[in-house]
Write a new protein. Sequence first.
Length: 274
Amino acid sequence: MPEPSATTPVVPTTSTQYELRDRAAWIRLTRPEKKNAIGPDVLAGIADGLDRSLEDGARSVVITGSGGVFCAGADLAHVLGGLDDLSGIEALLEDAGQLMRRIEQHPLPVIAAVDGIAMAGGLELLLACDIVIATTEARLADGHANYGLFPGAGATVRLPRRIGDARAKYLMFTGLPATAEAMREAGLVNQVVAPDALEATVRQLCGRLAQTSGEGIARMKRVVDESWNLTTEDALAAELDAAREHLRSADVAEGLAAFAEGRRPDFNQTRGAA
């Protein structure tokens, strides 16, 4: 696969934009007039961006919003229009859940770059990501209870796993927003920055990830994800199996050669190697 250029043109869709910056694939929600609410077109745009990130040889994926908002959840106008036939709403919930699982299982690290509100489905989108960088203006909320709704894309499962049952129940039951700093202390947000520093901070992180072993990160991500369903003994055995498998990878050979030669490893040259 040819090396991607430093920056490829922004590719707009109805509700999302995809752009390859250096070796990071940026997927931006572009419905600021709707607070980047989730509808079928948004789900399709994110899914397409995930596929393109692999085709383009990206080393990380960034999901972010526009207009000072990350995502305010499902498009309730779309939901209201389907109350006479709930099958459409059920399909939207199923598609959203499947997309969150795709993000969670994506072999590349996925970063949520969050400014403004991340509520309900927006919080569920954030929860599916590996790393969360948020601004001091970000507000994270479940919010389903405020409108008599129920989470359908992972909040009742992922939120307790990230911040514990007590904190998760409080957010879900009250519908109240939490600051990014409070969620950093709870373990959901990795870093809090000023709004005007968000993209630069994320780009710096993406640059760091591009220097590491992509194959190793993909294996780490897979084992961490799968260990939730295993006993400690079985999870440790799965880790050892993955470590044995990884010993045979080109990334290990390059990393050890670089150490011996006193240089920085170049894992880009190992992509596609047996």
